[in-house]
Unconditional design. Sequence first.
Length: 161
Amino acid sequence: MEESDSLDIKKERIRLGRIGVLNSHLSSNPNPMASEKEAALAAVPSDSPTIFDKIISKEIPSKVVYEDDEVLAFRDISPQAPTHILIIPKVKAGLSGLSKAEERHCEILGRLLYTAKLVAKQEGLDDGFRIVINDGPSGCQSVYHIHVHLLGGRQMNWPPG
Ligand code: AMP
């Protein structure tokens, strides 16, 4: 077998492995924490369009709780708390993750956090809430369009997992 053939076969195996992991992420899974981690490890960091673009364009339905010209907030499909909402910028502008932030992103980064506060109030999370921004494979990021997780409605633990 040619060396290039075996490289192609390896690449195909990795690709199929990723599809398998992503499929298991989308189907019902008895251990959601493990599947979140698997999905994050299978995701390839990139600036390409993501499923969130389809949510913004309403091609894919979502449960929107807040929307304005700049940001969209919708319920996470796999909630990790009674309230679990994602807040995203409508225009990604290179912000696939927080580690890609530049000075020019300061306004939208502030807007995302301020929206998290507004939505927390709207959701009645008066006793407190948790804000999370996962970044990169080690940070358990699975969708490369920056997003703020707003979690509430139960007692949070520290340190986080
Ligand atoms: P992260 O792992 O920090 O990148 O978070 C991505 C989040 O997007 C996960 O919590 C997923 O459950 C959530 N998610 C993925 N697809 C959808 C979808 N179609 N609607 C709502 N939430 C989604």
